[in-house]
Design a protein around this ligand. Structure first.
Ligand SMILES: NC(=O)c1ccc[n+]([C@@H]2O[C@H](COP(=O)([O-])OP(=O)(O)OC[C@H]3O[C@@H](n4cnc5c(N)ncnc54)[C@H](OP(=O)(O)O)[C@@H]3O)[C@@H](O)[C@H]2O)c1
Length: 318
């Protein structure tokens, strides 16, 4: 089968198309024909070797976390999954699972969901990592109806889904983005847009109940200055410093910090599907690539400055 693999950790040059053996699902796994894959910043960070301790040194390695597709075979008599069903989910490449930038993937069911009939395959591929990352922080903020929320990085993969989820939950959102994404932010019906290239977000006089830092650009002490009493700062930052700051904030202080990271629980999937089906939340997908253009998709992702999600069409279901 065709796959995009890395032959070592490193820059764009280590990612290449390759013909590799079609996987056979081991006991407890299923074989999925991959239709769409969405990229996330972790894809190039993993290519660079950011998690090599966990991913090991066996090459070639197939990259790609978020996918949608069709079940071909299930090697588990007890499973509720059946061949022919449409699914979407996350391939746990961090834990040595095969990535989904391939025609087929053999995968454990933990992060695989049946595709609801109301959600299309492209949208489903686009939401798993970014949407569940956004929801993990949002779900820690309590009731959001009429709460004033600042979303930093509001047009990025996590940020635009956070913005849409927050608005669906009744929050009044101020979106922060760069000049070229202002129209994208306005189209999400936010209350206000701040261009971080022209205004100093932290010096603006407004106060918020929640600061959702999808871009992970603030520190907790910076965000605190923007928070009302008992306000909450949520950050996607993945560092020991951020972890410690969030732990310390829970000891006594009125203003709290929570980390918004991927959990992938069935409750999070349920809630995300509800927000998509009942509240009409749709991911922004302005950039799609064919399977022969995965290297170009990575270039665009790594260059930054896009909006929403970048999706690769691996195979059409038609
Ligand atoms: N995607 C995931 O599954 C996931 C999971 C866990 C953690 N994270 C973390 O979450 C963060 C965002 O991920 P993503 O997938 O949303 O990435 P992304 O799609 O590349 O979006 C990044 C966003 O950050 C904005 N940004 C850049 N510099 C900024 C600044 N100085 N002030 C305000 N906004 C700024 C960009 O806006 P402009 O383009 O307008 O400049 C862009 O909208 C990353 O740090 C990532 O490591 C992501």
């Amino acid at each position: 089968m065709k796959a995009w693999v890395i032959t070592n950790y490193g820059g764009p040059e280590v990612l290449e198309p390759m013909e590799i053996e079609k996987p056979q699902p081991a006991a407890g796994k299923m074989l999925i024909e991959v239709h769409y894959v969405a990229l996330n910043p972790y894809d190039y960070k993993l290519r660079n070797g950011a998690a090599k301790m966990m991913m090991g040194n066996k090459f070639p390695k197939v990259l790609g976390g978020d996918f949608s597709g069709k079940i071909i075979a299930v090697n588990d008599d007890e499973s509720n999954f059946k061949p022919g069903q449409m699914v979407y989910g996350f391939a746990n490449i961090f834990m040595k699972e095969q990535g989904c930038l391939a025609e087929y993937i053999s995968i454990a069911p933990k992060y695989v969901r049946l595709l609801p009939s109301e959600i299309n395959e492209i949208d489903a591929s686009a939401v798993t990592s970014a949407g569940l990352t956004a929801l993990s922080g949002i779900s820690k903020c309590g009731g959001l109806s009429d709460k004033r929320v600042l979303v930093n990085g509001a047009t990025g993969g996590v940020g635009h889904l956070a913005t849409k989820f927050l608005i669906a939950k009744g929050a009044i959102v101020t979106a922060v983005c760069s000049t070229k994404n202002i129209e994208v932010a306005e189209a999400m019906n936010v209350a206000r847009v701040i261009d971080y290239r022209k205004e100093e977000v932290l010096k603006d006089g407004e106060m918020y109940d929640v600061v959702f830092d999808a871009a992970a650009k603030f520190s907790f002490s910076q965000a605190k200055a923007k928070l009302n009493t008992s306000g909450i700062y949520c950050s996607t930052e993945e560092s020991i410093k951020a972890f410690l700051a969030s732990m310390i904030s829970k000891i006594g202080a009125a203003k709290k910090m929570y980390l918004s990271g991927f959990r992938g629980s069935q409750e999070d999937f349920d809630e995300m599907e509800t927000l998509m089906i009942n509240n009409g939340v749709k991911p922004i997908i302005n950039h799609t690539f064919s399977f022969s253009e995965v290297d170009k998709a990575f270039q665009l992702l790594e260059a930054g400055g896009t909006n929403g999600k970048i999706v690769i069409k691996v195979k059409d279901n038609e």
